[in-house]
Design a protein around this ligand. Sequence first.
Ligand code: GRF
Length: 205
Amino acid sequence: MTLAPEVGTRFAVLASGSGTNLQALIDADLPGQLVLVVTNRPNAGAIARASKHGIVCAVVDHTLFPSRKAFESALIERLDAERVELVVLAGFMRVLTPLFVERFADCIVNIHPSLLPNFPGADGIGDALRAGVTKTGVTVHFVDTGVDTGAIIAQQEVPIEVGEGRATLAERIHAVEHALYPRVVGTLLRERPWRRGSSIRGEAT
Ligand code: GRF
């Protein structure tokens, strides 16, 4: 009998925006299969990036659903159809409810542009600048039902220069994201901690 070759963990990326983190994940030689990109915005840059690389992209437009539950049920259906094990959020701008989070418990990760627990929410970069802090950074964390409150997997600091504006800080934060996220996702794909009922924790840098 011939056994099928190990092809690696099947994962999906959910993105709402330009998709530069999606691109970094595509470009990295990750030990898994990116089988699906999902976006909730019909004009997301992520669509063209997926299509250029021959990756199936599903548009699940949240505005067309009567409730969050109906929207998330549609997301789950798409992910289940592709037998996705790990869900990677990359600028996905919808808060996920227990329906979705419990279906993929311990198998959803997110990247956030601040040193959580500082500056959670939609504008982590702007909030750090407005607070006048001298350093911020990037956090990769598991997703729970709160807003950016899940267990932290990895963090990297980014100092804020005196008088620095949003554009350059955002650029430097994104550069850190594009290196950190593929590294952490790669580790998760390789080690599959959810299969052992434990999670990778505390790789702060
Ligand atoms: C990133 O800054 C990420 O940290 C945040 O959303 C942004 C997405 O950017 N969650 P992009 O669409 O990957 O360029």
